[in-house]
Structures are given as C-alpha cells and as structure tokens.
Design a protein around this ligand. Structure first.
Ligand code: ADP
Ligand code: MG
Length: 259
C-alpha cells in the first residue's frame, strides 16, 4: 500500500520556483530514487518532506496523516528520518554517541534526560545504547563504535549518518546523495545496504544525480528538472525517456560551456 503521498508541492524562493507542482506516491517497502541534474530541486523536496521548508502549496501525507505544517521533530517521531547532503555529525563525539543522539528523540527524557538523569533514564540509556550498537552493526561500523566520529573515513561518516537515522526507527528513510564522494566500490556497497534496509521493511527515498547508480537498487524513479517532475517509472523506463536524456545532456552541455 501507499506509505507517502506527496501532492502538488510548490516551493518558491523569491522569484525562483524550486519545486513546481510536484506530486509523487511512494509505496511501502520500496526504494524510490529521486534523480535530476544539479539544482533541479531534489534536496528541496527532501527538505519539504522532513519539515525543514514550508512550501507555498501542496500536501504531504504519511499513512494518511498530514505532515505539512508540523515541526521536523514531530515528523521524525511520526516515522520519517533523514540524512544530509553535507554530512552533519558531532565530530568530537564517539561514533556510538552520534547514533545515540539519533535515538534520543524517541525517549521520554530526550538527550537531556540521558545526560543528567535518574535510574529510569539510565535504563532508557542502556536500551538506546544496545539499539545504537545494532544500527552500527547493520551498516558495518560496529568495530569503530568508540572512535571519534572525525576519525572515520568519508564513506564511513556517510554510513554513520545512516546508522544515526536508523536509530530513530523510521518507517521512511530519506537519504540525500548518500554515495557522494564515494569511490565505485564504496558506492556499490552502499547500494547493497539500501537494499538491506528495504528487506528490513524500511521504505527508502534517496536522492542521487548519477543515473547509473540508481538503476540496480531502485524500484521506482522520479526525475526532476528545474523543479518539475519530467519522468517517473521503473529505472529502465526512466533511463530511456527522451525528456530525461535531454535534461541531462542539456545540463552537461551548459556546464561544459561554462568550464
Ligand atoms: P538539487 O538538490 O537538485 O541540486 P536544490 O533543491 O538544492 O537542488 O536546489 C534547487 C534550487 O532551489 C536551486 O536553484 C537552489 O539554489 C534553490 N534553493 C534551494 N534552497 C534554497 C534556499 N533555502 N533559499 C534560496 N534558494 C534555494
Ligand atoms: Mg541536492
């Protein structure tokens, strides 16, 4: 069935229309890729879904509940978690603590309660730590739990962000260019991890500008260009769409002529 129903989203910044009447439906238990050239509105879409931006029009429903107008923290509790295009970690904290911060949004005392709390809070903390270790094991970082986040290689930091998002026990996980900066081997491993997330019942929306990378892993692909949806379908369908080919070629030519 349908997990996420996005209808008629329009997001403007001054005179710029970053998203123009964008609608899409995401089925539960699928991997849904959002692709498009740079500046096409992919990150803006994730920012709308996670509540960071308030679009001028449209609606976002998770299992029939309206998310629009709710704060990002409330949306996270409703089951939507995300990672960022620019890695956002607490660099001096350990890998494990970074993941525990992710899980803390679900506890009664929150992060404050965990840091300064009572016995009950400490039991909550033990549970949180065990779950954080599971999330780290899932992305293959269990052995690095006690290291400072800053000491991790770039690809590992991206995996750590995913582990932190997982610790919130999301129904829907949004990943913004998770493979950015990775070499082909690391990216291939990441795609496997995305498939394993789906196998665990987590629905994944991930943003990527490299068309080839999404082909093996996505059940469905939505293509944006200049804030508009120009194609949608199975990866093989989208790859052959003239509109998609033109959008990518057009941007590539424009970038080449500026270089
Ligand atoms: P993508 O992630 O596909 O590369 P973005 O969603 O980041 O593209 O950006 C789409 C367009 O919206 C770009 O022109 C960008 O400059 C603009 N934009 C995004 N966020 C903001 C903002 N907070 N303020 C002004 N313009 C923005
Ligand atoms: Mg982006």
């Amino acid at each position: 069935g349908t997990l996420l129903q996005v209808s008629g989203i329009t997001q403007r910044f001054g005179g710029l229309v970053a998203l123009d009447d964008v609608s899409l439906t995401v089925q539960r238990g699928t991997v849904h890729a959002v692709i498009g050239p740079n500046g096409s509105g992919k990150t803006t879409l994730l920012n709308v879904l996670s509540g960071a931006y308030r679009p001028q029009a449209g609606s976002v429903q998770l299992l029939g509940h309206e998310l629009m107008g709710r704060r990002p923290s409330a949306i996270a509790v409703a089951g939507l978690s995300r990672t960022f295009q620019n890695i956002r970690l607490y660099k001096s904290m350990t890998v494990l603590d970074n993941v525990m911060v992710g899980g803390a949004c679900r506890t009664r005392g929150g992060l404050w309660g965990i840091l300064f709390g009572s016995k009950k809070r400490r039991q909550e903390e033990d549970t949180l730590r065990a779950e954080a270790r599971q999330a780290l094991a899932f992305v293959g970082l269990a052995d690095l739990a006690e290291r400072p986040a800053a000491s991790l290689a770039y690809a590992q930091q991206r995996l750590l962000e995913i582990a932190r998002a997982l610790a919130t026990k999301p129904q829907l996980l949004l990943l913004d260019e998770p493979a950015a900066g990775m070499n082909p081997q690391e990216a291939a491993l990441l795609m496997q991890t995305i498939r394993r997330l789906r196998d665990r019942g987590i629905t994944v929306i991930f943003v990527e500008h490299n068309v080839k990378l999404v082909m093996g892993v996505s059940d469905r692909v939505t293509v944006l260009d200049f804030g508009r949806k120009i194609a949608e379908g199975k990866p093989s369908e989208v790859q052959q769409s003239p509109a998609v080919i033109a959008a990518y070629l057009g941007r590539a030519r424009a970038e080449a002529s500026h270089a």
